[in-house]
Design a protein around this ligand. Structure first.
Ligand code: 2IP
Ligand code: CA
Ligand code: CA
Length: 342
């Protein structure tokens, strides 16, 4: 039987396959894009969208998790609801069944390609050399999924409109496990589907009962100091404090993309002072940061973010409403606190 780490890596790779399948056809194919409204939309954007890929990727990941751990199926949740364009998306028994369902929304060739991706066998993509991990009590586990983080970059990339340094490489799949009893993050997987021209990359971490283990493929041997990442929507006075302290302030799209850069040492920290990230953005990276000796805390209160929120609430209920600070070592957070207090 697969352990929870292997299962979450496989689930992330199912979602990654769905995301990549949207880039395989001709540029003239239409990506089904639906606008999010009211409670579903992120205030970060003037207009917020989801695609059929977001919804299918989430269903593919959920199905994979429930296949290995049926007892978890009631405790797996994600950013998206399963409905798009009036159709409830699910993985049917086989490729043909899923193709039939997707054909209500997209052309037959596209439906078939997406269904094939959702059903692809991903068992050996990233799981062949994983170390042993501590035994985890599944009866206390809950899961958060962001099936495609940086959807705006995903849409621009698929449609060929993305600027350099943006677009598909900024897309990540984020799957994190937490303890239902305490809300603590315990296992995290960040999958970057379009890394290295679609070869893909996975970074993972475990933080469970004192055990800290992390790994992944193609992790650079870098450890930047005094480099802080911020959203292009960050308030200028926050950035100014760090510039005055001699830090390099960099902007990059995608909350998951920025958290990945911190986790692999390409940046020292990431700050977002407002509530534009959500539990599904931070649960997976949070476990990885803790596995590496860091943490992810609230920007305003400096208290730890937890993930065992009540089920089935409106999306805004799950926002990291007081902002976030993400970092990989405790010396960094002390420096950051001093800079912010100035
Ligand atoms: C978004 C996405 C945005 C990010 C925003 C997230 O998630 O990662 O890029 O804004 O905070 O909620 P920014 O790029 O300015 O950091 P999604 O694409 O899943 O809605
Ligand atoms: Ca997101
Ligand atoms: Ca998303």
């Amino acid at each position: 039987m697969k352990n929870i780490l292997e299962t979450l890596i496989n689930a992330s790779e199912k979602a990654a396959c769905v995301a990549r399948s949207c880039c395989a056809g001709s540029k003239n194919e239409v990506l089904l894009v639906a606008e999010k409204f009211d409670g579903d939309a992120n205030a970060r954007f003037e207009r917020d969208f989801k695609t059929i890929a977001d919804v299918l990727a989430q269903e593919a990941a959920k199905t994979e998790i429930a296949r290995h751990f049926p007892e978890l199926s009631e405790h797996v949740r994600g950013e998206e609801c399963s409905e798009i364009g009036g159709v409830r998306i699910e993985l049917r028994e086989n490729i043909e069944g899923t193709t039939d369902l997707l054909q209500y929304l997209v052309a037959p060739a596209v439906a078939k390609r997406m269904a094939e991706a959702a059903h692809r066998d991903t068992e050996h993509t990233f799981c062949d050399n994983l170390p042993d991990i501590p035994e985890i009590d599944i009866s206390d586990v809950g899961i958060w999924i962001d099936p495609i983080d940086a959807t705006a970059e995903f849409i621009a990339g698929v449609q060929g409109h993305a600027d350099a340094d943006r677009g598909l490489p900024c897309v990540t799949v984020l799957i994190g496990a937490y303890l239902r009893s305490t809300g603590e993050p315990i296992v995290g997987v960040i999958n970057q589907p379009f890394y290295n021209n679609g070869k893909g990359r996975v970074v993972w971490g475990i933080n469970y009962k004192g055990a800290h283990v992390s790994g992944g493929n193609d992790i650079p041997d870098t450890n930047e100091s005094n480099v802080i990442l911020m959203s292009s929507a960050e308030k200028p006075d926050v950035a100014d404090k760090f510039k005055q302290a001699g830090w390099e302030v960099k902007s990059a799209p995608g909350a998951g993309h920025k958290l990945l850069k911190v986790a692999i040492g390409e940046a020292t920290a990431y700050i977002m002072s407002q509530g534009t990230t959500f539990r599904w953005d931070t649960c997976a990276p949070h476990s990885i940061l803790q596995a590496k000796g860091g943490d992810l805390i609230s920007f305003s209160t400096k208290s730890p973010i937890t993930y065992n929120d009540e089920m089935h609430m409106e999306p805004q209920h799950y926002s990291n409403k007081d902002g976030i600070i993400a970092f990989t070592d405790m010396a960094t957070i002390e420096k950051i606190k001093k800079i912010l207090d100035n």
